[in-house]
Write a protein that binds this ligand. Structure first.
Ligand code: S3P
Length: 169
C-alpha cells in the first residue's frame, strides 16, 4: 500500500466513489469519509437545500472546508464529490496529503447508475446527459491531472471494481 497518509477517490457522479470507497476502506482498515455526507452533517441541511440557499458557490466553500478537515487526518479513505477537483487548492491538498485514485466511467453507465436521483442539483436540467457531457469536458483533464492512479469502472459492479483496485494499490 502506498505510503501517502490518505487515499482519495475522485471522479464524476456515478463513478462509484462511495460504494467502492466503503469497500476499499474496509479492505485496508482505513476510516471511510464521504465528503458529501460530512458537508450535510456540518450544515444540518441536504445538498439540494445548500444549493438552494447558498448557491453552488456556497456549496463549494463548504466542500473546501470539509476536504481540508478530512485531509488533516491520516488513515482516511476520502470519497470526494464530482466537483471537488475544480478548486486548485483542493487539488494541491489532495496530492500533498493523499494518494489519488481517479475512478473513470462512461457516459451511458454514469446515466444508468445515477438514475433519477433528485439529490444531485446539477443534474436537475432538461437534458442530464448533455449536462454530464459538459461537466466531463471541463473536469476530465482535472481528474487526470490530480490522479496517481486511474481505474475504469465501466462494466464493473462495486465488488469487481474494488477487487481490481485492490490489486493496483
Ligand atoms: C457534484 C457531485 C455530487 C455532490 C454535488 C455536486 C458535482 O457528489 O458533491 O451534488 O459537482 O459533480 P457525487 O459525485 O458523489 O455525486
Amino acid at each position: 500500500m502506498n505510503p501517502a497518509p490518505n487515499l482519495v477517490l475522485v471522479g464524476p457522479m456515478g463513478a462509484g466513489k462511495t460504494a467502492i470507497g466503503r469497500r476499499i476502506a474496509e479492505r485496508f482498515s482505513l476510516q471511510f469519509v464521504d465528503l458529501d455526507q460530512r458537508i450535510v452533517e456540518a450544515a444540518g441541511i441536504s445538498i439540494p437545500t445548500i444549493f438552494e440557499h447558498a448557491g453552488e458557490a456556497g456549496f463549494r466553500l463548504r466542500e473546501c472546508e470539509a476536504l481540508a478537515d478530512a485531509l488533516a487526518g491520516e488513515g482516511m479513505l476520502i470519497s470526494t464529490g464530482g466537483g471537488a477537483v475544480l478548486d486548485a487548492d483542493n487539488r494541491a491538498l489532495m496530492q500533498a496529503r493523499g494518494f489519488v485514485v481517479y475512478l473513470q466511467v462512461g457516459l451511458e453507465s454514469q446515466l444508468r447508475r445515477i438514475g433519477r436521483d433528485r439529490n444531485r442539483p446539477l443534474l436537475q436540467t432538461d437534458n442530464p446527459k448533455e449536462t454530464l457531457r459538459q461537466l466531463s469536458r471541463i473536469r476530465e483533464p482535472l481528474y487526470r491531472q490530480v490522479a496517481d492512479l486511474m481505474l475504469d469502472t465501466d462494466g464493473l459492479n462495486p465488488g469487481q471494481a474494488t477487487a481490481s483496485l485492490t490489486l493496483k494499490l
